[in-house]
Design a protein around this ligand. Structure first.
Ligand SMILES: [Zn+2]
Length: 281
């Protein structure tokens, strides 16, 4: 299983865990804490990180996310393990259980409000920040099967919501894109880094067995997944391949190996040089 706690995050477990609705694709919901209202002419100082930690572990625990993330320093604090729901979106009776939708439904509160001031500089959107530590959060999401996509488009200040998209696609959502909710955060977010290499023509060299398996994340896993899909062996991916090894990778490789009339250890779902050669042949 991938890591329940983001490596490097300060842990403040609230207890009070509850399962998610795992029949839906995995996702991340992004917020901003929006503690104050600054303007271009009247910016306000960013709120201290510790104040938000005290809030989410105290009076604000009823709306606590999984993660609090400071995009200026990369500091993170975590309140729920990845496999639990958290509580930062509104869930009205009926319809989707919005805090629970997905194999994981990881919520991130970005320590930010428009026109916050940090070390003398003013920031209008999260996109303008250094976004320190973002790639670590994205990689952690990928390890849980969350692809680097925005199914409803990159967030803007205008909320748009589609319950159908929400229920059928994994990836990243802004709070303003979650059904049953009225908030419009997080506003424009940083551009996601690219997820992997473009495949080159011809069989790439076999990267070695140690490249694959639980806990591994690299471009070769993404390349393998792309090629499995291309060859018609992608049915275990719910949302497509990623750089993080998952059980779906193993099952898809195993299907390909079984299709070679191999059995036993030759069809264990871990690619060896012969699997690789045939797959890219
Ligand atoms: Zn929000």
């Amino acid at each position: 299983m991938p890591e329940l706690w983001l490596p490097g995050a300060e842990r403040h477990p609230l207890g009070d865990t509850a399962p998610t609705d795992k029949q839906y694709a995995p996702r991340v919901i992004w917020h901003i804490t929006w503690d104050k209202n600054g303007t271009a002419t009247k910016p306000a100082d960013l709120v201290p990180f510790g104040q938000l930690v005290r809030y989410f572990t105290g009076g604000g625990s009823g709306a606590a996310p999984h993660l609090l993330w400071d995009p200026f320093t990369g500091r993170t604090a975590q309140f729920y393990p990845a496999n639990s729901r958290s509580k930062s979106v509104v869930d009205t009776a009926g319809g989707t259980r919005t805090n629970r939708t997905g194999k994981v439904c990881i919520q991130v509160e970005t320590l930010f409000f428009p026109y916050c001031r940090v070390r003398g500089k003013t920031y209008a959107t999260v996109r303008d920040t250094p976004a320190k530590g973002l790639s670590k959060i994205l990689a952690w999401g990928r390890s849980w099967g969350v692809p680097d996509v925005w199914p409803m488009g990159t967030p803007t200040w205008n909320a748009n919501r589609s319950e159908r998209t929400w229920e059928t696609r994994g990836g990243h959502y802004g709070h303003g894109q979650v059904p049953e909710n009225r908030h419009t955060d997080p506003g424009p977010m940083p551009k996601w880094p690219t997820t992997g290499p473009k495949p080159k023509p011809g069989a790439p060299p076999f990267p070695g067995r140690q490249t694959f398996g639980p806990g591994k994340t690299n471009d070769s896993i993404f390349l393998l997944g792309q090629q499995l899909v291309r060859r018609g062996f992608g049915k275990h991916y719910r949302v497509g391949p990623s750089r993080a090894w998952g059980e779906a990778d193993r099952l898809n490789v195993q299907d390909f190996q079984l299709a070679q009339n191999w059995s036993g250890a030759d069809a264990d779902g871990v690619p060896g040089p012969e699997t690789w050669r045939r797959l890219f042949a």
